[in-house]
Design a protein around this ligand. Structure first.
Ligand SMILES: [Zn+2]
Length: 199
């Protein structure tokens, strides 16, 4: 801040000066679904990067001159940016479809931010929303992992394998941190999801 900008202020306001100094960190609508207790910590971090569009996608690597292509490493069909990976790519689209079927979700929403918004507005209970947020985070984590596998090992993990990993990880996590006070309805709901997953 300059002396001039202080002089221009008619009344000294602490909050105004604070905003000027640290910037306006507007609260985002999605943070509680990203920093969600039922999500696995490493999944939270990757979904947070995805929401901020900070993952080092091939499109980004191409733009900064590191990669000679911007094409998706998984399907080779389309520019690999955040929208493509989550979930326009045929690979992630199929994973999303299978996961939605597992969770009994009807929404046609297809993009990560839209899916979070849909979740915040849906009439699921608080617990169910937390489980679904953990599912979104696991999906982003494993799709990003599959993309990295394609990058480093030139191989793409089978879709059903990824879906199974997502299901197993979420179920394990949810049951390990299950809230003590859980309604019978929520308990049944979770149990019915878990029963759909084969070992
Ligand atoms: Zn793709």
């Amino acid at each position: 801040m300059t002396e001039n900008s202080l002089k221009q202020m008619n009344v000294y306001s602490v909050s105004y000066v604070y905003t000027l100094l640290v910037g306006d960190h507007t609260r985002v609508h999605w943070d509680k679904y990203v920093w969600n207790r039922l999500s696995i910590p490493k999944h939270r971090f990757v979904i947070w990067l995805a929401m901020k569009r900070r993952l080092q996608t091939t499109e980004h690597l191409h733009r900064i001159g590191v990669s000679n292509t911007s094409n998706c490493l998984i399907c080779g069909n389309g520019v690999e940016d955040h929208v493509h990976l989550f979930f326009s790519c045929y690979y992630s689209e199929k994973i999303l479809k299978k996961v939605k079927d597992w969770m009994g979700i009807k929404t046609q929403k297809q993009e990560l931010m839209e899916l979070i918004r849909w979740l915040s507005r849906s009439n699921h209970s608080k617990f169910q929303k937390q489980v679904l947020a953990a599912v979104w985070a696991a999906m982003v984590y494993y799709i990003w992992g599959a993309r990295n596998d394609a990058y480093w090992n030139s191989q793409v993990v089978n879709i059903d394998t990824i879906v199974h990993r997502i299901q197993k990880m979420v179920i394990e996590r949810v049951y390990s941190v299950l809230p003590k006070k859980l309604s019978r309805k929520d308990r049944e709901w979770m149990r019915s999801r878990a029963l759909l997953v084969c070992n």
